[in-house]
Design a protein around this ligand. Structure first.
Ligand code: ZN
Length: 167
């Protein structure tokens, strides 16, 4: 019987909630299609990936994941205001959107948009879910071996491993 381990593509349904507030943050069930990921390739947050190990097709469970194994702890750093004029006029800016910025010494840093107003974009070094304990309601739909392409790329190519995605 197939269980979750490195090199397997795991196809699962999940509903992600903020454990403290009960707010639903995301759910594959609403989209109707389960999500595939390649186990051992850091496609999903570390705390969820480690709780997937050994699970079998048909298993359902709740995985509670603390911030340090999800999107990081909340450092309490205030977002920084950046004038909207520094962004392209047609950029589809919205809260939670990831950005990459380059520091003057050429380092690339990952940033997120915390919020927006008419004049400024408030940019944070913390993921919008930093400091949040996540609760995943998981159902394992299928487990299959990753094909060579998927192993090389480090991610699944769809539910059955055949879907192209432009590379
Ligand atoms: Zn690929």
């Amino acid at each position: 019987m197939s269980t979750v381990s490195d090199g397997k593509v795991v196809i699962f349904h999940y509903t992600l909630t903020n454990q403290a507030t009960g707010e639903t943050l995301d759910t594959s069930r609403e989209r109707g299609e389960p999500m595939p990921y390649l186990h051992g390739a850091q496609n999903i947050v570390p705390g969820l990936e480690e709780q997937m190990v050994g699970k079998a097709i048909g298993d359902s469970f709740i995985a509670v994941v603390p911030p340090e194994k999800a999107y990081g702890i909340d450092h309490g750093v205030e977002p920084e205001a950046v004038p909207r004029t520094e962004f392209p006029a047609d950029a589809p800016l919205q809260p939670g959107m990831p950005l990459r910025a380059q520091t003057p010494d050429g380092q690339v840093v990952q940033l997120w948009i915390a919020n927006l107003d008419d004049e400024n974009v408030y940019v944070s070094q913390m993921h919008p879910l930093a400091g949040v304990t996540l609760s995943f309601d998981v159902e394992i739909v299928n487990i299959r071996d990753a094909n060579d392409n998927e192993k090389t790329h480090g991610h699944p190519h769809g539910i059955d491993g055949t879907s192209g995605h432009g590379h």
